[in-house]
Write a protein that binds this ligand. Structure first.
Ligand code: SAH
Length: 284
């Protein structure tokens, strides 16, 4: 196999910072990511930001079908060149934030595995996009900035636990697989990276009355981390119509002491609280 550095040289690729282009050049790490994904002949893979196709090639050999999504036209050309020999690979030239995961599988049984070294400047919208398509996505193996992964997998009680941990873990089981030093990329980024793996749950940890409401509530609850939960909730636009006594009552119904800080609440507690507040608000 041609080495990543050779591909970059041969095609005279000038990495574009605004597209988060930092290519994996460490073959060992590429192998480890591919192994983590446990691709089988039944799997449909979507790779986010396929770049110069090094991970793509490592994955294509085992998959039923692989769709490589890449927004940079020049790289799409490289991918076409490189992956021509795999008839199970399709290249989607465009923005992952517009990519419709829903159109890929015809049947519910065959779900998608998402893999990618995500452009870090759009990691949050990418994660939300995956969440919105979770019905058709089985699992994901993604590389992100180390601190971002730290927050996504954090458990209650620590400084890393926050909005992104609660929201993702309401819908998915997640774990960190490995840290990847900056030297494994070209160009060498300013930040460290980690690979994480996640499975979307059949049902969320708590069946939510209103997902949008839940997401906004979690955001508002963490508006000022050092404050008590109740004080953050009092300031929430979402709960404007709810009186303080109603708010206290709702917290009591959810079995949560409003003097706690949000970082001590479990995903489940946020789910209960969201449902109760939503329900009480409906009865106003
Ligand atoms: N997976 C490759 C490249 C990672 S760099 C590797 O590991 O070597 C991130 C890649 O995502 C780049 O190729 C970049 O062009 C692409 N990209 C950036 N924004 C994108 C978007 N909105 N949609 C799809 N791909 C994007």
């Amino acid at each position: 196999m041609t080495s990543p550095k050779e591909i970059i040289r041969r095609y005279e690729i000038k990495p574009r910072k605004n597209l988060g282009q930092s290519f994996l050049v460490d073959q060992g790490i590429i192998r480890q990511i591919a192994d983590t994904a446990q691709v089988t002949k039944n799997d449909i893979i979507v790779e986010i930001g396929a770049g110069i196709g090094v991970l793509t090639e490592a994955l294509a050999q085992n998959a039923a079908k692989l769709i490589a999504v890449e927004v940079d036209n020049k790289l799409v050309g490289v991918l076409k060149d490189k992956l021509l020999k795999y008839n199970n690979v399709e290249i989607y030239s465009g923005d992952i934030l517009k990519f419709d995961f829903g159109t890929i599988t015809g049947n519910e049984q065959q779900k998608i595995k998402v893999i990618g070294n995500i452009p870090y400047n759009i990691s949050s919208p990418v994660l939300f996009r995956l969440l919105s398509f979770r019905k058709v996505i089985d699992s994901f193996v993604i590389m992100l900035q180390k601190e971002v992964v730290q927050r996504l997998i954090a458990v209650p009680g620590g400084k890393d636990y926050g909005v992104s941990s609660v929201i993702l873990q309401m819908f998915a089981m997640v774990e960190k697989i490995l840290d990847v030093p900056a030297g494994c990329f070209y160009p060498v980024p300013q930040v460290e990276s980690s690979v994480m793996k996640g499975f979307f749950l059949e049902n969320p940890v708590v069946e939510l009355a209103d997902e949008d409401f839940f997401i906004k509530l979690v955001r508002d609850a963490f508006a000022q981390r050092r404050k008590m939960l109740i004080n953050n909730l009092k300031k929430s636009k979402l709960l404007e119509e709810i009186s303080e006594s109603f708010l206290k009552e709702s917290l009591e119904m959810a079995g949560i002491d409003g003097r706690r800080r949000s970082e001590t609440l479990s995903t489940k507690e946020f789910g209960y609280l969201s449902n109760i507040l939503k329900e009480n608000q409906n009865h106003l």
